[in-house]
Design a protein around this ligand. Sequence first.
Ligand code: ZN
Length: 94
Amino acid sequence: MNSNETHFCTVCHSTMKPKKKYKGSFATEIVVWLVCLLLAPFTFGISLLIAIFFSASRQFSKSLVCSVCDSLNIVPKGSPAARSYLDKTNLSTN
Ligand SMILES: [Zn+2]
């Protein structure tokens, strides 16, 4: 078993290395930055703070998802939930 596979998906029942997924789109962030840069001279830079805050909130809102099916319903492989699933399917966690 690959040691990189740290999480277990309770939806597609696969062990995998989860992906990081950001909430909101990158395109939205670009638009926010462009608008805030354009408005910066008129708002004495306050709009830049808004853009920085927007980017920061996106960084903090990232979540781990299943790399197979994009589900948020993943648990660490060693957790009791994962073990009970793996026991049902007769797979060993080691
Ligand atoms: Zn999955």
